[in-house]
Design a protein around this ligand. Structure first.
Ligand SMILES: Cc1cc2nc3c(=O)[nH]c(=O)nc-3n(C[C@H](O)[C@H](O)[C@H](O)COP(=O)(O)O)c2cc1C
Ligand code: SF4
Length: 522
């Protein structure tokens, strides 16, 4: 074993965008100049974006963290004894003791940031493939029973029970079935799919293998958004490594099970995250939403039974198989079992990824993890669940982060993206943006969404300009009803959620009656 000092510098998009590559190069050069033997590992992110680039040094079996580190900090850090975990203003102690990290319960992200994402040895040494081995031993039916018993629900947005979906595909008679992983991650303020694929790509591969085994599929596809070049690079490499080591291909681990995965890149369309348009896009067609039925579980990709699951849904499965459905189901509240990797974004002091069991209040998440707004101004609104999610006012932040509690207040948790706004936000502009976004991203198949969203922008403009305000407010309410009732998919069907919530909780922004000194709309 090498006696080189292990130094971890994340190779993850937010860290890299903040200079992690330059920091890694500066450490290598400075160590070289000092004759120090260092092994620089490019790990994934621990999810504490505000500390990136977060450099970790392995000392006496512990990982001492420093951050955010710039290339200019490297020399002073080495002089201060970085390699022995020496004191410095940027030192945070061991990663495990940083409160933001210590308070989480990491299941899906347990290896993310800990290991070298492209080391199969490290993956296996940290529980990797234990879930797949358990699945081989248990057999397909028991795998589906275990996933059902865990209560796992789809993390892509709709929260549909994963076990039921898998059972439907397993029960369909067909010579060919598929597993299609949705990595389009279009929701505002979300990045958990990306962090997982950059930080622990084998976990997704393992989850897809287990899904394939459970339903009788021999091929998997990952549909990744084009805006994630680093995730593409890391995941493509992980596929090659897994294939070369026999974890993909024929007769995996001597089990007789064949499975392989192809990576496809989208072209920057929000609606291609909707499962049926994603399938059309995978087939090489324009991403247009399909009528349902038939369900993709029965007639999906190329007309064959297909499991469509989000990255986080699939990556959550290996630990459920390895550690047991009971342990997973014991976390969370009610029908919202297990954990979710929430993502804190927008006007927030400590943005990042927080994996905790369902049930924590939104306020606790935003204030205790997020530290309140980055601007220091009061919180005015929070949008959860992407561009189709409702805006909640500050007075509603005590709502619990669980699917049912959110449904009860006409909101959704979706993919767990939490976007915070301070009191300078103009909610009429946000409502207009919701309609405009829908107009731009609509696939165009149905009228309420294609035409309704364009008219929605015009009506909001007239309300704000005080042109026949009362009549136009009534018209907007009617338009929202029509879009909810008449749209083919959730794109047009849920765009009214942010609009209605803005009207309900922030009506003063539409009527010009908002009091001065409350942030203003300027
Ligand atoms: C307009 C629209 C966009 C969507 N975008 C995504 C996405 O980017 N990623 C995702 O996993 N699911 C997305 N979904 C949800 C998918 O249609 C589908 O429910 C999900 O991929 C199923 O996987 P799950 O059960 O694991 O959540 C979107 C839905 C709609 C209506
Ligand atoms: S609601 Fe919009 S995105 Fe969905 S099918 Fe209709 S036009 Fe397409």
């Amino acid at each position: 074993m090498s006696d080189a000092i292990r130094i971890y510098v994340p190779r993850e998009t937010s860290a890299v965008s903040l200079g992690a590559d330059e920091v890694a190069a500066a450490i290598a050069a400075a160590a070289d100049a000092r004759g120090l033997s260092v092994d620089i590992v490019r790990n994934g992110s621990r999810g504490m974006c505000w500390l990136e680039p977060l450099v970790e040094v392995e000392c006496d079996g512990k990982r001492i963290a420093y951050g955010p580190v710039t290339p200019d900090d490297v020399e002073p850090l080495l002089t201060a004894g970085l390699t022995e975990g020496g004191p410095h203003a940027l030192r945070h102690g061991t990663v495990a003791d940083i409160p933001y990290f210590a308070r989480q319960q990491r299941w899906t992200f347990r290896r993310c940031g800990l290991t070298d994402p492209l080391s199969l040895d490290e993956y296996r040494a940290n529980g990797g493939f234990d879930g797949l081995r358990a699945a081989f031993a248990a057999g397909a039916d028991t795998v589906i029973e275990t996933v059902t018993a865990s209560g796992l629900r789809g993390r892509g947005g709709a929260g549909f029970p994963t076990g039921i979906k898998w059972k439907t595909v397993a029960g369909a008679a067909a010579s060919q079935k598929y597993v299609a992983c949705n990595a389009d991650e279009g929701d505002s303020g979300t990045f958990s799919d990306r962090m997982l694929m950059e930080g622990d790509p084998f976990a997704l591969i393992e989850g897809m293998l287990i899904a394939g085994l459970a339903v009788g599929a021999s091929r998997g596809y990952v549909y990744l958004r084009s805006e994630y070049p680093l995730a593409r690079q890391v995941f493509a490499r992980a596929l090659t490594l897994a294939r070369d080591a026999g974890w993909l291909g024929r007769d995996i681990e001597g089990s007789g099970f064949d499975f392989d995965i192809e990576l496809h890149i989208g072209a920057g369309s929000y609606v291609c995250g909707e499962e049926t348009s994603m399938l059309d896009s995978l087939e090489g067609k324009a991403g247009i939403v399909r009528f349902k039925p038939p369900l993709p579980a029965l007639e999906g990709l190329f007309g064959k039974p297909t499991v469509v699951n989000n990255v986080i849904t699939l990556a959550s499965v290996p630990s459920i198989l390895a550690l047991g459905a009971e342990r997973y189901a014991a976390l969370g509240v009610g029908r919202s079992t297990g954990t979710l990797a929430f993502q804190l974004a927008g006007n927030i002091r400590r943005g990042g990824l927080v994996e905790v069991p369902f049930g924590m209040s939104l306020r606790e998440m935003i204030t205790e993890f997020g530290g309140g707004t980055a601007s220091g101004r009061p919180i005015r609104a929070v949008q959860i669940g992407g561009p189709l999610g409702a805006y909640l006012p500050e007075s509603m932040l005590d709502v619990a982060l669980d699917y049912e509690a959110f449904t009860a207040v006409d909101a959704l948790i979706g993919h767990g993206g939490i976007v915070v706004f301070d009191d300078t936000v103009d909610m009429a502009a946000q409502a207009r943006f919701a309609m405009e976004f829908c107009a731009i991203e609509s696939c165009g198949k149905c009228t309420p969404c294609r035409i309704g969203s364009v008219r929605g922008v015009e009506v909001i403009d007239r309300i704000v300009a005080n042109e026949g305000r009362d009549a136009n407010l009534a018209l907007l309410a009617e338009l929202c009803d029509t879009m909810v009732d008449g749209s083919l998919c959730a794109m047009g069907g849920m765009t009214p959620f942010p609009v209605r919530s803005a009207l309900k909780y922030f009506s003063e922004d539409f009527t010009g009656t908002r009091s001065q000194g409350a942030g203003g709309n300027a």
